[in-house]
Structure formats: structure tokens, C-alpha cells
Design a protein around this ligand. Structure first.
Ligand code: ATP
Length: 363
């Protein structure tokens, strides 16, 4: 049998109770070496508890955790060979940036000179060469978080743990720092476990996303799979605002399904569908709206694949328009990026679906 690689992570049957409350239910999770895996989910779903158990800051009630093939379940945090980046940066304010990064190295037994040399290399790695002499307060939020990343990386941990590392940064900086973290992770090839409640951030940085719901894994897979093939309404909604419409699967052949909603038919790629009632998850940006300028609805059949609707509200947001559109059986949310003139409330429209961004929920 081959030895598990350095940096691999394995949760087996891990349960965590706080008193009588079970925060994590029998978690099984494998993380491959060199990948960035995101734990994603709404507040209270158990992401931080999972990360803290991996870090050694919480002890599982039962089950086991392995890092690089070694059982670490009962090991204290400082013997686990992991390093953590917190949302608060947690830098020592009275110490220089260089000393902050060197601190863990010295504590780990390196001489002052050696620790400073390695810390200097760490700062260069995160693009902060020359900033070592400053105090943390003399850096921007984004730079401080890069110092925190450097401080963790110089320890050369088997696994880097990141707990909502961007939540103290403003939106623009968040985008930049997340790209930097991902580039660094891919360039150096370390394993990273990243906690966030922001699905866009998860989609942007991850090799795999693990979506959690009430202490359980709701779905895991590559970003695109979760976005394009959600197994439940919860995932469809969580991975990007989706409209969930009841539909009828009327035909299945060669990996495609034909569905019917209020008499309108549409064909889409579908893996494990069988005829019968189902739900269709439709991304807000996968819907096309066409103004229906007084064309009589009766007598002639409407254009293929289109559903009649009426605009309930519209909001112009610069690069796109958001609509609420009333259909026969429900109200849907639509994002239209191509409209020059927003359609006013009350306008009759017909609705179509794009090929991408719609998925059958068969789970
Ligand atoms: N020390 C504790 N004592 C009691 N309950 C706890 C403790 N820590 C966490 N919990 C509970 O366990 C559940 C999971 O918490 P956890 O912090 O892991 O969620 P989370 O997904 O990280 O949420 P958030 O995004 O809000 O940080 C929550 O219901 C929380 O209230």
C-alpha cells in the first residue's frame, strides 16, 4: 500500500458535540495534497469547527483526523504541522513586520539570524520585500494579511488553514488578495483549507468546494460541478441565486431531458434524470427576457422554449438590470446584462433559458 502523501488530510467519521448539541455529524472528508479546498456554507453550518479540529484547537468527540497519513486526532496544535491565517491577521502590533514573520521560526528553534533570513524570503514571496522594518499599523489591511500569510508559510506547514482570511478587507482588495493567495498556493503547491461563507470567493480560489449544511456535507466537488449540477435546492441557491421551478420531465434520451413548465417545453443536458416531477434550478443570469409587444397569445403558438411573464419590478444597476418577473405559477429573479432600456413594471415579456446555468435537481 502506498503511504499517504505529505499534506493530505483525512477526516473519518468525525463528530463534534458541544454539550448536547451536535455541531458536526460523522464527517468523512479527504483532501488531496497540493489542492485548495474550501469549506463553504451559511453561518453556523460548522465550517470553523471543522477547521479548528484540523488545527488542533478543538478535539473531536469521536472519529479520527489524519494529516499526511499520521493520526493527529489527539495531538496538540503545535505538533500538527499546520499553520493558520485568521481573519483578524493577529499580528503583534509592537513588533516589526520582519519580527512578526520570524517569531514562529525562532520559537521553533532557528537562530535569530536564520529566522530573519527566512522571514525576509517569506516577505519577498508575498510581494512585501523591503517592508520588514515597518510596524503592522504602517501597512494597509491587504498588506497586513499578506504578512500573516508569509508568517504562516515560512513555517512550511503540511497544510495551511485560512479562516475567512479576507473578511476584514474591502471588496476590491478582497478580489486582489484572494487572487494572490491562489497564485501563491498554485506556485508553491501546498495544501490549503479555506473557510468562507462567500460563494463567489469559493468559486474563484478552489480546486474543490465542500458545502456544509447543519454540520453535514451537502455536496462537494470542483467549483463548476457545484455551480452547474447542484444536487439540491439548497446547493442551487447557495452557489448563486437560483430560481427553482417545479417542472415535469417528459422525455429522457442520450444524456438530455425534455422538461415541461406550464405547457412550454425545453431540452437540457441532464445526467441521471427519469420522467416525472422534478425541479429546475435556473440561474438569474441564465434567463433571457424578450419584450412581448402586444403579440396575441392565443391562436398562434409562441416561439419555441418561451414562457409568458410580466415584469413586476425592475432595478437599473449600471452594468445590469435586475427584474422580478411573474410567471403563471411563480415569481422569478432575472439578471439581464444586455439591456439598454430597462423594461418597466407591468411589461409583458416572454422568458427563455440559455443552455448554461440551468440544471435539473434530481436528488
Ligand atoms: N464553543 C462552542 N460552544 C457551543 N456551541 C458552539 C461552539 N462553537 C461553535 N458552536 C456551535 O456550533 C455550530 C457550528 O459553529 P461554527 O462556528 O463551526 O459555524 P460556522 O459555519 O463557522 O459559522 P460562521 O460562518 O458564523 O463562523 C453553531 O451552531 C455554533 O453555535
Amino acid at each position: 500500500m502506498t503511504q499517504p502523501a505529505r499534506g493530505s488530510v483525512r477526516f473519518r467519521n468525525v463528530r463534534k458535540c458541544f454539550g448536547t448539541f451536535t455541531a458536526i455529524h460523522d464527517l468523512d472528508l479527504d483532501i488531496e495534497t497540493g489542492t485548495l479546498v474550501t469549506l463553504l456554507g451559511p453561518s453556523g453550518c460548522g465550517k470553523t469547527t471543522t477547521l479548528r479540529m484540523l488545527a488542533g484547537l478543538e478535539t473531536p468527540t469521536s472519529g479520527s483526523i489524519e494529516i499526511g497519513g499520521r493520526d493527529v486526532t489527539r495531538l496538540p496544535a503545535n505538533e500538527r504541522d499546520v499553520a493558520m491565517v485568521f481573519q483578524s491577521y493577529a499580528l503583534f502590533p509592537h513588533m516589526s513586520v520582519l519580527d512578526n514573520v520570524a517569531y514562529g521560526l525562532e520559537a521553533g528553534g532557528q537562530s535569530k539570524a536564520e529566522a530573519r533570513e527566512n522571514a525576509d524570503a517569506g516577505l519577498t514571496l508575498v510581494g512585501l520585500a523591503g517592508y520588514g522594518g515597518r510596524l503592522p499599523a504602517e501597512l494597509s489591511g491587504g498588506q497586513q494579511q499578506r504578512v500573516a500569510v508569509a508568517r504562516a508559510l515560512v513555517l512550511e506547514p503540511q497544510v495551511l488553514l485560512l479562516d475567512e482570511p479576507l473578511s476584514n478587507l474591502d471588496a476590491r482588495l478582497r478580489r486582489r488578495v484572494r487572487t494572490e493567495i491562489r497564485e501563491l498556493q498554485q506556485r508553491l503547491g501546498f495544501t490549503a483549507v479555506y473557510v468562507t461563507h462567500d460563494q463567489e470567493e469559493a468559486l474563484a480560489v478552489s480546486d474543490r468546494i465542500v458545502v456544509m449544511d447543519s454540520g453535514r456535507i451537502a455536496q462537494q466537488g470542483p467549483p463548476r460541478e457545484l455551480y452547474e449540477a447542484p444536487v439540491s435546492e439548497f446547493i442551487a441557491d447557495f452557489m448563486g441565486e437560483a430560481n427553482v421551478l417545479p417542472c415535469q420531465i417528459v422525455d429522457v434520451s442520450e444524456g438530455r431531458a425534455t422538461i415541461e413548465i406550464s405547457g412550454f417545453r425545453h431540452s437540457l443536458a441532464a445526467r441521471a434524470a427519469t420522467p416525472g416531477p422534478a425541479k429546475l434550478a435556473v440561474r438569474a443570469n441564465a434567463i433571457t427576457l424578450t419584450p412581448d409587444r402586444g403579440t396575441p397569445r392565443t391562436g398562434k403558438p409562441g416561439p419555441e422554449n418561451r414562457l409568458p411573464g410580466r415584469v413586476q419590478s425592475s432595478a437599473y444597476l449600471g452594468d445590469h438590470v435586475e427584474y422580478e418577473v411573474e410567471l403563471e405559477s411563480s415569481t422569478i429573479f432575472v439578471i439581464d446584462t444586455g439591456t439598454a432600456d430597462p423594461l418597466p413594471p407591468g411589461a409583458d415579456v416572454s422568458i427563455g433559458f440559455r443552455e448554461r446555468g440551468i440544471a435539473l435537481i434530481v436528488g
